[in-house]
Write a protein that binds this ligand. Structure first.
Ligand SMILES: [Cu+2]
Length: 338
């Protein structure tokens, strides 16, 4: 069993995180010595039994006071700037990152790759490719943590959270849930497996295959009657969903919002919470009717409806249906980038 004191640095950003941690420990050690050292020294020097000059000094001490205020301040601000820039980078995935869906539940991790392949408690990823995890929980709060990648993010019911990384070293690494989520919490572990690009392609096409999420979503879109209002021969006036993802949506009351994953999710489950300007709040809620999995698929389908795609899916859609596995890899991929 792997139990390293200091886990591998197996992903982008891991080194920077370690440098910050080491820097903070060294800085703390320095100040412990600077503060505790003189305490011990003066404690010894001026202890009651020793002859010492105990006359109170009236020297001007402003220089030393300014120094011990400014020096720690400058050090702290430097740490803040460096750590904030690392944090900022870790919060903003590149646009071409490969998106993998993660659903936490008591007590396992269900994972689906963009090509459709599913796995449980294992996360296979290709080395050197930016990976974005889009995560949610179907019951309580969990937290997805891969120590070797130095990333951790809470996984919440009713909400999407995400994180991203570039795996940099092939191998197997621990995967933990780090929020106490019930009796089986300690068993909610798994493995992150970093493969070479070729091995990842091989792994993707091996074993049981599932439909890719966008394609499954297109079927759900028809099955649940979404297309009745949002596409084709509309019976009810509803906004078109083509090119919606990532766009700015005008809302009632002169407000706007960005059509991100959370917006699409809320629009399906809580349609009256954000009504598009100029439309009636007539859409029924699908709360309780769609699994987290189905929601991911529907949203993947909506994302695939880029500008210029056929509405309603009567034509081959712009989603990467039947895409060659090679096209899943952003680097070197010739697939149609957005
Ligand atoms: Cu958990």
């Amino acid at each position: 069993m792997l139990f390293p004191i200091w886990p591998d640095e197996a992903a982008s950003g891991a080194q920077e995180v370690d440098q910050i941690v080491i820097g903070l420990v060294l800085m703390s050690l320095f100040f412990i010595i600077v503060v505790a050292g003189p305490i011990l020294y003066f404690g010894f020097k001026y202890r009651r039994s020793r002859p010492a000059n105990r006359v109170i000094s009236h020297h001007n001490t402003w220089a030393i006071e300014i120094t011990w205020t400014l020096v720690p301040l400058i050090i702290a601000v430097c740490f803040f700037v460096v750590a904030a820039s690392v944090y900022f980078r870790q919060r903003h995935p590149p646009a071409d990152a490969m998106e993998i869906h993660v659903i936490g539940k008591q007590w396992m991790w269900k994972i689906q790759h963009p090509q459709g392949k599913r796995e449980i408690n294992e996360l296979h990823v290709p080395v050197g490719v930016p990976i974005k995890l889009l995560m949610t929980s179907q019951d309580v709060i969990h937290s997805f943590y891969i120590p070797a990648f130095r990333i951790k993010q809470d996984v919440l019911p009713g909400r999407y959270t995400s994180m991203w990384f570039v795996p940099q070293k092939t191998g197997e690494y621990h995967l933990f849930c780090t929020q106490y989520c019930g009796e089986g919490h300690a068993r909610m572990t798994g493995k992150a497996i970093v493969l070479s690009k070729a091995d990842y392609q091989k792994w993707l096409t091996s074993g049981e295959q599932s439909e890719n999420p966008a394609k499954a979503g297109a079927e759900l879109f028809r099955q649940y009657g979404c297309s009745g209002c949002h596409a084709g021969s509309r019976v009810v006036r509803a906004p078109s969903l083509v090119g919606l993802y990532g766009s700015v949506v005008p809302l009632e009351g002169n407000k706007t919002t960005i059509a991100d994953d959370q917006y699409l999710r809320d629009s399906i489950l809580l349609p009256n919470s954000q009504v598009v300007a100029g439309y009636e709040p007539v859409m029924p809620s699908y709360q309780g009717k769609l699994s987290e999995d189905a929601l991911f698929s529907l949203i993947a389908y909506l994302k695939s409806l880029g500008p210029g795609a056929e509405e309603g899916g009567t034509q081959p859609l712009k989603y990467s249906n039947d895409m060659g596995a090679a096209q899943l890899l952003p680097s070197g991929s010739k697939g149609s980038a957005k």
